[in-house]
Design a protein around this ligand. Sequence first.
Ligand code: PAF
Length: 516
Amino acid sequence: MRLFTTTAGLRCYLERYRQGKEVGLVPTMGALHVGHLSLIERARRENAIVIVSIFVNPLQFAPTEDFQQYPRQLEQDRQLCEQAGVDAIFAPTAAELYGNGLLASEGGTQFTQVVPPPAAISVLCGRSRPTHFQGVATVVTKLLNLVQPERAYFGQKDAQQLAIIQRLVSDLNLPVAIVPCPIVREASGLAYSSRNQYLTQSQKAQAPILYRSLQQAQTAFQAGERDGQTLIDTVKLELTSISDINVEYVELVHPVTLTPLDRVTERGLLAIAARFGSTRLIDNILLQHRQPIVAIDGPAGAGKSTVTRHVAKALGLMHLDTGAMYRAVTWRVLKEGLDLKDEPAIAELVSQSQIYLTADDLGGFGVRVWIDGEEVTEEIRSLEVTARVSAIAALPAVRQELVKQQQRLGCQGGLVAEGRDIGTHVFPDAELKIFLTASIQERARRRQQDLKHLKQGDVSLEQLEQDLQNRDLYDSNRAVAPLRKAADAIEIQTDGLTVAEVTKQIVSLYHEKLSL
Ligand code: PAF
């Protein structure tokens, strides 16, 4: 593992070692804890190079805040990063990152800053920390520009920060995917935070009240309560059971726009800030009225589409056939006669294309597929489309556009989706994730039957096995959204099992997991 304290060292390292590899950035202020390690682990799984930045950013602290006391423990952080398989730490000084810009002069800070929208910084923590998010947005923009990662990882614990950064990246067209990661909690329910180390023993014993009070509101929400003030009052009432707490706010806002909510229709972010002594802690919970999502991933020919159709039917959920969406785009590209290497032209076409999926009333419960007003349900199953779909689906522009369309369809939940990166990338918060596999021989045999059924010629088993092997290699190694099993996916080996048997297993896993 390397450690750089200068931008020159970092730049040189990236120039030399990047060579087309994907880079994941985990920005931190150090004093690493289990929460940070979960971000690093995720970044490790998804990128070839992982960089952790450690920088206590003076711009995001007001003069009255704990900038001087903020824990600094670089040697311990270095060891933790080394154990977690980080490739490089970037730990600059303030002078290195801001030059002389922060020296208070007559005009105050002389440094270009990034200002988030006023509405996003006038709620929650922004009320008591009016300059904080400007400081965060500025340093994050600098770090993203310096590292230029494919992905950057942020914890959901700082939900306002996360929403502001997502907005920043979208508004300024920064070429990076922001990956939100779930809150990690101690057994007591207390969310991990670098500031927990300021707490005395008795404060630490009281601090889990934050999460308990949020859970009370969640229980009320699950029982049907949608009124914002009632949900807030539920939290406040629970917090009164502790005397040594100084509550700064309990607020309910939209998790993306951060606008205050009177009622929760789809989603609401319920957030708290409170002080125990002089230590300020924050916590939050996402209230989400969403039906579950089932994500089914696996290699080509493992039976995903058939199983997904049956599972969707059995559970009464919508079948989001993402494979069909990629096929539809491939068909469109071929129809236009575009050169498959001309990614800009393909990007242009795909971002203007509209795909529709509807239940297939005639064939039972498959999907019918339209692209730009033309039905292509059968056309997208041709050998020509099959041969090209992997290459088209691997183009970053194609994936980005279709993932956006899929996530839009999924925001209300209530669907079963299949593909190669559904559980890892498209719906990382899916309630149930399945990874279907089968041996190459079995998959080739199934493929051959499908082709016969579709009257698309007699392809030998050897040829199909070879094709599948090539496809596996390609899908697992491609730079964009490679085939990978999500850490929390349940693997089902389907050799020797019928579709009905696999479906039954998934349906009972669904009921077990969601206690239905
Ligand atoms: O969340 C943090 O630790 C900081 O706000 C961040 C994102 C590293 C910016 O300084």
